[in-house]
Write a protein that binds this ligand. Structure first.
Ligand code: BGP
Length: 477
């Protein structure tokens, strides 16, 4: 047994196109759902406006202007020593409306240049196809993934990307945090790829399960196609991992937590095993939800299983069983309680490094596939000192504690882990709130929630710390 992380471990950083690129109308790009979302805050959800309304503050329009600054940013990433860079391809740069037959070459060219620049600097690009940025036109015209037709549009987009970048990108993911939509009773639109904003009085649950089914089929079909285009591709799913613990050892709480895990993570079963687990089929039956689920879907799900599980990990949550909940049906908007044993961030995200080790073991026990931690990080307010330095020791503390647990999972427990890409390692727009000032970066970007600032980049203390972590392959934390 080695007491080190494996050689070639992919240390990196993660972002998503709409949260950093900006250039929302450049290079032939169309409007995405992220382009119609305003700034919110910890207490106020982002507003999703009906088209782009002049005068409103849309943080994703400019973001941190990576679209124009990517060369200088990649030079900084190389200085930090990143081995890989996880980003997404903005669907609207490739298919501005989403339903065109031919792609937009200028958009394709942008990612050619971006990936070439990474490779030139010894950084491997890791790509998510859909990261919360569906073309807005698909939402308006087709209802997003309410509609089976959207499968075709997504698969066309995936095919074009696979063909174009087949020699530049090896690791792909289909839908970012596909299982977020399981929380359909929360107004969670900024955190999904489905393009669905629920209307008053709708049966959200039925809509969610159908949309999720279409996404799972779209993902499987993309995997099948990708493997034909380049058999060396590694195509993964991407799951938002928030382990759900029982509030007490009361058997009902324990069962409730198990049932909650089943509901949040059945997506992984479908991606990995190529079929739905019985508990979900029975649940849908009991609820009278009939899915549009064809024989061809079944075959595609079976054949389009993923090579690895990419997942994000920020926090754990605690679940309590209520007497009235006879069937142990989990509803995230009602069943979560505070964990008395851990602290939380300013945004209420519970900090639980041991939960990362738990998650790595849980995934391994359940699925026995290679794992990739493609997001982890600490959103916090940063203060710039008079001399320009930023002492983000709280961020270092968070990351250090999580990397320690990650190492234990690999070294002690034998988990097969490909890499670790902390989230938002350059400050960017928050997906949940649209704020700039919920910062995750090792690189500071001078811009505030009102959109003001010079966009100047500067290194935080965490930058120097992470550089050393990568150089020592995780030895020096
Ligand atoms: C994940 C998303 C990211 C990201 C991150 C942090 O759920 O995949 O896009 O933004 O969470 O969330 P937030 O930006 O709301 O702090």
């Amino acid at each position: 047994m080695k007491n080190k992380l494996p050689e070639g471990f992919l240390w990196g950083g993660a972002v998503a196109a709409h949260q950093l690129e900006g250039g929302w109308k450049e290079g032939g790009k169309g409007i995405s759902v992220a382009d119609v979302m305003t700034v919110g805050s910890v207490n106020k959800p982002r507003e999703i406006t009906d088209g782009v309304i002049p005068g409103k503050n849309y943080p994703n329009h400019e973001a941190i202007d990576f679209y124009h600054k990517y060369k200088e940013d990649i030079a900084l990433f190389a200085d930090l020593g990143l081995k890989c860079f996880r980003t997404s391809i903005a669907w609207t740069r490739i298919f501005p409306k989403g339903d065109e037959l031919e792609p937009n070459d200028e958009g394709l060219k942008f990612y050619d240049d971006l990936f070439d620049e990474c490779l030139k600097n010894g950084i491997e690009p890791i790509v998510t196809l859909s990261h919360f940025e569906m073309p807005y036109h698909l939402v308006i015209e087709y209802g997003g993934f309410r509609n089976r037709k959207t499968i075709e549009f997504f698969v066309r987009f995936a095919k074009v990307c696979f063909e174009r970048y087949k020699d530049k990108v090896k690791y792909w993911m289909t839908f970012n945090e596909i299982n977020n939509q399981a929380n359909f009773n929360e107004d969670f639109a900024p955190f999904t790829n489905s393009g669905i904003v629920y209307k008053e009085g709708e049966n959200r649950e039925a809509i969610m399960y159908q949309a999720a089914h279409y996404e799972l089929v779209a993902s499987a079909r993309a995997v099948i196609l990708g493997k034909k285009i380049n058999p060396d591709f590694e195509i993964g799913c991407m799951i938002a991992m928030v382990p759900l613990y029982p509030k007490t050892c009361k058997p009902e709480d324990v069962l409730m937590a198990q049932k909650a895990m089943e509901k949040r993570y059945y997506f992984t079963d479908v991606h990995v095993h190529g079929s739905y687990p019985n508990h979900i089929l029975r649940y849908l039956n009991r609820k009278g939800i009939k899915l549009d689920f064809t024989e061809k879907d079944k075959e595609e799900l079976e054949n389009g299983v993923v090579d690895y599980i990419g997942f994000s990990y920020y926090m754990s949550k605690v679940v309590e069983h209520k007497e009235s909940n006879k069937f142990f049906d989990y509803d995230e908007s009602k069943d979560i309680v505070k964990n008395e044993y851990v602290k939380a961030s300013d945004w209420g995200w519970q900090i639980d490094p041991v939960g990362l080790r738990y998650s790595l073991n849980w995934f391994t026990d359940m699925y026995n596939l290679p794992l990739f931690i493609v997001e982890n990080g600490f959103g916090a307010y940063d203060k710039v000192e008079e001399d320009g330095s930023i002492h983000d020791d709280y961020r270092i503390e968070y990351l250090k504690a999580h990397i320690e647990q990650m190492k234990l999972a690999v070294i002690e427990d034998g988990v097969n882990l490909i890499g670790y890409t902390p989230w938002g390692f350059i400050d960017l727009v928050s997906a949940g709130t649209g704020e700039m000032e919920k910062r995750y970066g090792f690189i500071y970007v001078d811009k505030d929630n009102q959109g003001k600032g010079t966009l100047k980049r500067s290194k935080k203390d965490s930058f120097y710390w992470y550089k050393e972590v990568i150089e020592s392959n995780g030895e020096n934390l």
